[in-house]
Design a protein around this ligand. Structure first.
Ligand code: ZN
Length: 245
């Protein structure tokens, strides 16, 4: 393939734009926010599980407390009934004595139930504290996620803007160059990430390998219009005064 040396040198401008575009694409793929968001999603999911468990603990205690309160109500009702019968004073003495005994045991039962309820209410307070703690960690983690998403979106918008800018510059440049040269360049670039490289000091700017004497001799012999390529990496070698030829 032949191309004017000046045209060949413009491949390096094209390569600079394509390298910048590749860096932008890499930056988009490897945004630290992506990993952060994945970690936050895992954290949120674990916290959600914790929240469910803590809520179940509170609900269980509520149910136990309600059950005890119902028992206390029953004891109170029974006591009122017994007290009313005692107050009426009617009935055999043995029966009244039995009622008094029952009242003593009902009072003890009520006191035991109230102690148990108090203890459950303390447990409930602790469980509610745990739940509140998880809720606030959830809220804080969701805020962090929202902030991270915003930061990611801002960076993505910035990358898209820079890409647009580079593409706008690339279009006329590639359009000015011969189609077959750009075709070859694009093909090598798609395979290796770089289509054209500067030959500097006898070293390929693509694979960074020093050319052998035979290769240099081959390139020296080539016509300035010849499109020459690196033997190692097959990239188009652009020659300038610094090429060490
Ligand atoms: Zn090379």
């Amino acid at each position: 393939m032949k191309a004017d040396p000046k045209v060949q040198r413009r491949l390096l401008d094209l390569q600079a734009i394509d390298t910048a575009l590749a860096q932008l694409a890499h930056r988009r793929r490897s945004l630290p926010e992506r990993a952060e968001l994945e970690a936050l999603a895992r954290e949120l999911s674990a916290l959600e599980d914790e929240r469910v468990r803590a809520q179940v603990a509170v609900d269980d205690l509520d149910r136990d407390i309600a059950r005890i309160e119902k028992d206390v109500d029953q004891v109170r009702a029974r006591k009122s009934k017994d007290e009313a019968r005692l107050a009426s004073g009617s009935g055999p003495a043995r029966e009244l004595e039995a009622l008094q005994h029952e009242l003593v045991s009902l009072n003890r039962r009520q006191s035991d139930l109230e102690d148990a309820e108090l203890e459950l209410m303390e447990q409930r307070e602790t469980a509610q504290g745990v739940l509140d703690g998880i809720e606030s960690r959830l809220a804080e983690t969701r805020e962090r996620r929202a902030a991270t998403e915003q930061r990611r979106d801002e960076t993505l918008a910035e990358i898209a803007k820079e890409e647009e800018f580079k593409r706008t510059a690339r279009q006329p440049l590639a359009g000015d160059l011969p189609a077959d040269l750009v075709g070859l360049y694009d093909k090598i670039r798609e395979d290796t990430g770089m289509g054209a490289a500067l030959l500097t000091g006898g070293r390929c700017g693509g694979c960074r390998l020093e050319m052998s004497g035979a290769d240099l001799a081959r390139i020296r012999k080539a016509d300035p219009d010849d499109v020459v390529r690196c033997e190692e990496c097959r990239r188009i070698m652009v020659r300038t005064n610094e090429s060490g030829l």
